[in-house]
Design a protein around this ligand. Sequence first.
Ligand SMILES: NC(=O)c1ccc[n+]([C@@H]2O[C@H](COP(=O)([O-])OP(=O)(O)OC[C@H]3O[C@@H](n4cnc5c(N)ncnc54)[C@H](O)[C@@H]3O)[C@@H](O)[C@H]2O)c1
Length: 391
Amino acid sequence: MSERVVKPVGRGFLFLDSHPAGCVQVVRDLAAAVEPRTAERRVALVIGSSSGYGLATTIAGLAQFGIDGIGIAFEKDATARRTATAGWYRTAETAKLAEELGRDFTFVNADAFADTTKDEVLDLIAERFGKIDHLIYSVAAPRRTDPRTGETYQSALKTIGAPYTTKSLAYDGTEPQLTEVTVDPATDDDLAQTVKVMGGEDWARWVAALQERDLLSEDFNTVALTYIGSDITGPIYRQGSIGAAKADLEQTALTLTKEGIHAYTSVNGAAVTQASSAIPGIGLYTSLLHKTLGNTMQTPIQQSVSLWNQITGATPKDLDEDNRIRLDRWELTSEVQTEVHAAWQSVTQNTIADLADHEWFYAEIRRLYGFDVPGVNYEAEVEVDVPWPTR
Ligand SMILES: NC(=O)c1ccc[n+]([C@@H]2O[C@H](COP(=O)([O-])OP(=O)(O)OC[C@H]3O[C@@H](n4cnc5c(N)ncnc54)[C@H](O)[C@@H]3O)[C@@H](O)[C@H]2O)c1
């Protein structure tokens, strides 16, 4: 047992500690945002279930779509000096939520890229559920070790071709700062490594492993998350090294489809997550987008409800010409993009406080670590040693 007051310490968008009670509240707030419903029992495997879109998909699935199954995340426990990661605390609370909702849901803390994890999870599915109906692949990782070669690949956030200088958002204390960041072009090796980490290879391996063990139900479908975004972020995101990996992921869906698997990518909209806040320019873009859209900006939980509705057949799939499920249409309308473009072009250090929703963005970043969550007493001591849920 180890109780203490936890304060935000860190630099930029990265914090060293997470607030356990804040993370609990984040999970409860997500659950409160969906309409509870008793649905038929469906079994899902969610990879990347502790954070961002994967967490929202897990909670929407548990609270509104009656899923049982397994969530996989890769999180760190508390040490003598540091708290556990936010995803650890959120997982502990999501497990409580699942139990309260009467769901049979287990969380595995392990590297999804490893064959040992696949074996462990497949054994669990075979023992506990027999077959699965849905596989959601929502991993965002900086590196991957391929267990078959032992080689480790690093994902790069680089352009393709020429360097690109983007406006970006930073903070001096709580004050927004407009900065410029130059992103270098990827080498061929950077590109190949990024595709290895964030492309479709591991997703396809999961599907193949499940198929080999005969663990796919008759109406099985699988979705991996992708992003397109605005041409403002295009040179760094979609036309950059990460975009090459997303193109590979989308191609994997088409290949799996040809093999008879109901495989899709879902194009989600911009959201503030640990993964996205590391990308130069994305923070500024997202805060301008939020200023434009206000509360009509679709949250990850709203998009997750829409995704479940589509993959369970409750509503028709909103597919584009490349067979991708589009959850991001609200982001890319010409009205929204015209407004965000105008703000992006004109924003200066003098106008950033007016043009960007920087307070919202700052609070969202802190919320990723359980800070700035309304209703939480940050002066109180909290238990930081929280066990990983076992079920
Ligand atoms: N954030 C956005 O704006 C946005 C928009 C559209 C699509 N997406 C996509 O959504 C997906 C998830 O991204 P996010 O932004 O929610 O990220 P995130 O950082 O919030 O979550 C990443 C998740 O992956 C898990 N993870 C990381 N490495 C792992 C490993 N080796 N084994 C098992 N689990 C691992 C983490 O534990 C966490 O649960 C990505 O494919 C991303 O491209 C994100």
